[in-house]
Design a protein around this ligand. Structure first.
Ligand code: ADP
Ligand code: MG
Length: 227
């Protein structure tokens, strides 16, 4: 699903040049589940942005589901992103004026799904994450764990084959974090490919594979490294 070879990304600013990704090579097969850990500033979000087609590398080769991203213009990239990738963020990224149901329906509207089907798919996805009785609640009326489950339902309803999760349990207590990981594991068992970033070793332990970012270098689990 994800095939990266020697990806380099540097940021040039007033304070000099920061090399955020140094020759990163990453292979994640379809149906795989990889957790990436690493300290603050090690390049994890930069890596996510590269996988999520939100940024372009300075050099290296990127294939997503067999397609070479370097050959694609911005429009094509954004279409690919909508079709293939579901994003889950630490801060949930829900719209606060909309109900849970409306939040989950929104990306389906952008895809042109008709209203009846949108409502059905959104209600089904919310039931799946245990929120079938909270369809009319707004984010402010839900706990953090419940809000993150709404965000996952939004991804489930879109049926994207790849999920990118950047610290999805970072704002949650251990019990809520466990429930989020249970949902992600169940999706993975149904064939969804997952790339997860986390600070929490207990969360990383539930993935099938682990790797570590260390000052822009991606290290396989157990590999020797300075950090
Ligand atoms: P992490 O997610 O692991 O905390 P990031 O990928 O956000 O790390 O950042 C990696 C490095 O790149 C850091 O040193 C950070 O300061 C730098 N960086 C990230 N984004 C930018 C940017 N837009 N401009 C300049 N430097 C950046
Ligand atoms: Mg980050």
């Amino acid at each position: 699903m994800i095939h990266f070879e020697n990806i380099v990304k540097t940021y040039k600013g007033q304070g000099g040049t920061v090399c955020a990704l140094r020759n990163v090579t990453l292979h994640l097969e379809k149906g795989g589940f990889l957790a990436v850990t690493g300290g603050s500033g090690s390049g994890k979000t930069t890596l996510m942005n590269m996988v999520g087609c939100l940024d372009r590398p300075d050099s290296g080769r990127r294939l997503l589901d067999g397609q070479d991203l370097a050959r694609m213009g911005d429009r094509k990239l954004s279409r690919l992103r909508n079709e293939k990738i579901g994003f889950i963020f630490q801060g949930f990224n829900l719209l606060h004026d909309l109900t849970a149901l409306e939040n989950v329906m929104l990306p389906l509207a952008i895809r042109g799904t008709d209203l009846r089907r949108r409502r059905e798919a959104a209600a089904e996805a919310l039931a799946r994450v245990g929120l079938g009785d909270r369809l009319g609640h707004r984010p402010g009326q839900l706990s953090g764990g419940q809000q993150q489950r709404v965000a996952i339902a939004r991804v489930i309803a879109c049926r994207t084959p790849l999920i990118l999760a950047d610290e999805p349990t970072g704002n949650l207590d251990p019990e809520a974090a466990g429930s989020i990981m249970g949902i992600l594991q169940a999706l993975n068992q149904e064939g969804v490919t997952i790339l997860l970033i986390t600070h929490d070793p207990a969360v990383a332990a539930r993935a099938e594979r682990r790797a570590r970012m260390c000052d822009g270098v991606l290290l396989a689990d157990g590999a020797a490294g300075l950090c």
